[in-house]
Design a protein around this ligand. Sequence first.
Ligand code: GLU
Length: 449
Amino acid sequence: MPALHERLVPVYEEVVKRNPGEVEFHQAVWEVLESLHPVVVRHPEYADAEIIRRMCEPERQIIFRVPWVDDRGRVQLNRGFRVEFNSALGPYKGGLRFHPSVYLGIIKFLGFEQIFKNSLTGMPIGGAKGGADFDPKGRSDAEVMRFCQSFMTELYRHLGEHTDVPAGDIGVGAREIGYLFGQYKRITNRYESGVLTGKGLTWGGAQVRREATGYGLVFFVDEILRTRGDSFDGKTVVVSGSGNVAVYAIAKVQQLGGRVIACSDSDGYVVDEAGIDFDLLHEIKIERRGRISDYAAKRGSGATYVSGAGIWQVPCDIALPCATQNELDDVGAASLIRNGCRVVAEGANMPTTPAAIRMLAEAGVAFAPGKAANAGGVATSALEMQQNASRDSWTFEYTEKRLAEIMRSIHERCLVTAEAYGSPGNYVVGANIAGFIQVADAMLALGVI
Ligand code: GLU
């Protein structure tokens, strides 16, 4: 591993010591600290005021019991989390993840990333993340509702439109946000629209929020291609995952003239050389919550289903990891490089391992980190908050235009910052430094709090 700046070594050591066993959090911190070397050299005032050290310690961590009753009348128990990481730029903001792999280390890594991502959007939002080790797979609608009600019965006291504003993430979509909002409204007796984002369009939600992470990712890649005098036209694209991010990334790639030939779920992947049929994928994965193997079965002989991992073996020009953390490792990166892939952009949070990122950089593959490339989701959440605050609602066209402008500006900030700090064209360095400096300056201004 490359060395950290000597002033950052004790910061990283303290993080590891204070957060034992939370390997994903350690990884997320390391990746940011590694980029900050030139910042520490140029701006010793941040280290002098212990800004970086303070940033690695969440402002508040909430862990709570979530008891609920399943359809057979048995009591079930889960653990809920909300890590309110940093509120220097605005109210805590970040999604909720319901997945059996959730533990404090996952929520902390996601909350830490969220600080810099939210800063990059240029919107007034701090960083947070939450969730539970609840597995929605195979649960009835009524069970999901009872779980969400129990979860919110504790969480509501920590929320507020000026305090902490959750949204969705893996396992939390419009249905869950609905049950959570309903319970918040019932407990508080307040129709406080701005307390959650990702709401349905008939009850305070914003146009484009559902599509925003996937669309924003593709707008970002379009900018990368444009700076290289290129476009999506005729490009072959592989997208991992088939959730909300992947599905709308696929739709936008197709609108811009690219061909998405593969996508996946946690069981396996499908290759469809003619191009993924968006309507069929949407019906199976989003409307019916089915499996990607059903897509291949319904699509007929044109599509092949392969069980297990391995989607990165499918040759492509552009790869968009949109499933989950550490899904693209050194083996995957080696196949992408061998097959001539030119751009990798993260739709998920931290889907690429550090070893894979290094390999891609050495091979000259353009690499866009999630903090920058998938910030369209949370940016559109901030637009939803803006509409809620003014009791207004914007058209799809206007909102999509705002999203496209935000993604263009994040891309520009990454490039300008990377250049200014001696790593031209390096989106990781650009995103980490640009995101960091804005939060650091706000923290300096606000004093030791
Ligand atoms: N979970 C999304 C993310 O990772 C969205 C968060 C939000 O909209 O608050 O950025």
